[in-house]
Design a protein around this ligand. Sequence first.
Ligand code: AMP
Length: 221
Amino acid sequence: MKIVLLGPPGAGKGTQAKQLALKLKLPHISTGDLLRKNVAEGSSLGKEASSFMNKGALVPDNLVNQMLALRLKDPDVKKGFILDGYPRNIQQAEELDNILKKLDLGIDAVVYLDTSDKVIIQRLSGRLVCKTCGANFHTTNMPPKVKGICDNCNGELYQRIDDKEETVKKRIEVYKKEVSSLIDYYAAKQKLHRLDADLDATVVLNKIIELSAAHNDSLKV
Ligand code: AMP
């Protein structure tokens, strides 16, 4: 199963992708996570990317494309993947098709998680992320048992710099500029499935699993 999750920041792509990856036993590939890892490690890619990320702007295509192409060459990708945060524009969608073609792979389904601006801002401005394991919490929707501490690994929770309200607004603006062309691109290929991501996360997850099953006989019950 090769699934692409599309949607605005705060639509729950990361949360859904992590759950799906566990259930379907597939790697979760998030370009945001890969970039943040590079930033944390101080790599040359991380140094170039961080100024764009901190402003809520997209990192230039050539940097992200190279990083993704390398990751997609890893052997675990052969059985499938959940791609989260890529593509962000048409150039990236075309590049993804090129990379996958060279690897003799294709996309099975593109799931568009549709969310209202109100919900996005509420979700992101309260989001807390674990410094150690990357688990997500929320100050009101899903608070950790102990304030500031991850339930899973006792790591320290922090707010991403790009989750501050001003940067969130910029990220929504950047996203809206590009999304309609991506929707058209995948609709024309008959790969697009729209889901209402304002619904409860478990309901959304089950809907994604249902539609994945429709593309993959081995998942049918
Ligand atoms: P995310 O974790 O997907 O919200 O991504 C966080 C930030 O990483 C974005 O605001 C961008 O600055 C950068 N980023 C992640 N994925 C991409 C991508 N496919 N193209 C360009 N920039 C990206």
